[in-house]
Design a protein around this ligand. Structure first.
Ligand SMILES: [Ca+2]
Length: 329
């Protein structure tokens, strides 16, 4: 075979494989409350640039009007101007805007009153995808997911003739939540605490498999400022946000931060890499205060699992893997 032809065939096979492997992802975050959401967005953007993921949209569960413009600045920096953003229609939970307002202002961005709400945009985007293909990663509060479950067919005249549960069942492969604490079930984890009824509804009613990355995972996996400083350019809005959030130069070091949200994203894009063990299927009983009590089951129609470190991939290894994702090309 002529080498040029062989090269063409190889390139075609590679392109086809890449296209096949590109995982459609929607990301829902409380950006502006903690910096781990920012580093999580970096992973989603970079996996999209590499052709492993296709970031379809980002929704905010943070009621701050600066969440969306802050995320716009980050997405634009990473070359993802095409990714649409949506905000939360419910003013529930804390609406911090420390670093989101800063990076939005730095990029000359302001809140846009025409921003769609997350449920409307999710319904539109899900309806356009192949059946059973979309992975949803949620690293904030469960507000938008609960409202999606509650949405009726033709929600606000959107022309999508499926209810929220029907649409999810048809289009979603699985949902991943950074939420709960499976080492200390009596503890109310932050994302759960901000909207307990929404979390309870999602865990009980979501009609696909659900994976949870609990507090106990991210708390021991650190993102290190020394590494961020080395790998992200000073003008990178995620680095600017990181330095602002951790008070770099204003508060004493160390300026490291746990990586709750990144573990959820890493698992969701690359479940086949087996970075974590899974416990389950489990039912999760959500207490009145937001306790998350898991019971192992033999069989479930829509199983729930929570992540656990593998013996041969301890927290230090996961930290190294995440650090590799932050490095700017
Ligand atoms: Ca978060």
């Amino acid at each position: 075979m002529q080498s040029r032809l062989r090269l063409f065939i190889c390139a075609t096979i590679l392109t086809t494989m890449t296209a096949y492997a590109q995982v459609p992802i929607t990301f829902d975050t409380d950006m502006g409350n903690d910096i781990d959401d920012g580093l999580c967005l970096v992973i989603a953007c970079r996996a999209t640039t590499m052709g492993d993921a296709d970031l379809l949209m980002v929704g905010s569960s943070n009621p701050s009007e600066w969440a969306v413009p802050g995320m716009r600045a980050m997405l634009d920096y990473y070359g993802r101007k095409e990714v649409p953003l949506a905000d939360c229609s419910q003013n529930i939970a804390p609406g911090n805007d420390k670093f989101t307002k800063l990076v939005a202002k730095n990029a000359g961005l302001e809140p846009d009153p025409k921003t769609p709400d997350a449920v409307s945009l999710m319904r539109k985007i899900l309806s356009e995808q192949e059946d059973g293909s979309v992975r949803i990663v949620t690293t904030g509060f469960s507000t938008n997911m609960a409202n999606l479950l509650d949405s009726k067919a033709n929600h606000n005249g959107d022309g999508v003739d499926l209810s929220g549960p029907e649409l999810i069942k048809k289009k979603v492969e699985f949902l991943t939540l950074m939420a709960g604490d499976f080492d200390r079930p009596e503890y109310t984890e932050y994302n759960v605490a901000q909207n307990v009824p929404a979390f309870k509804k999602v865990v009980e009613e979501w009609p696909t498999p659900v994976y949870l990355s609990g507090y106990e995972i991210g708390i021991v996996v650190f993102s290190r400022y020394e590494q961020i400083k080395e790998d992200l350019k000073p003008e990178n809005p995620v680095r600017v946000a990181y330095e602002d959030y951790l008070g770099v130069g204003k508060k004493p070091a160390p300026w490291d931060r746990p990586s709750w949200d990144q573990t959820a994203m890493l698992f969701s894009i690359y479940p086949q890499k087996n970075y974590f063990d899974l416990v389950g299927p489990v039912t999760i009983k959500v207490g009145e205060k937001g306790e998350t009590i898991a019971h192992e089951e033999k069989e479930m129609e829509y199983p729930r699992y929570y992540l656990k470190f593998k013996e041969d991939l301890p927290k230090e290894k996961i930290e190294e893997i995440l650090a590799g994702w932050y490095r700017e090309p």
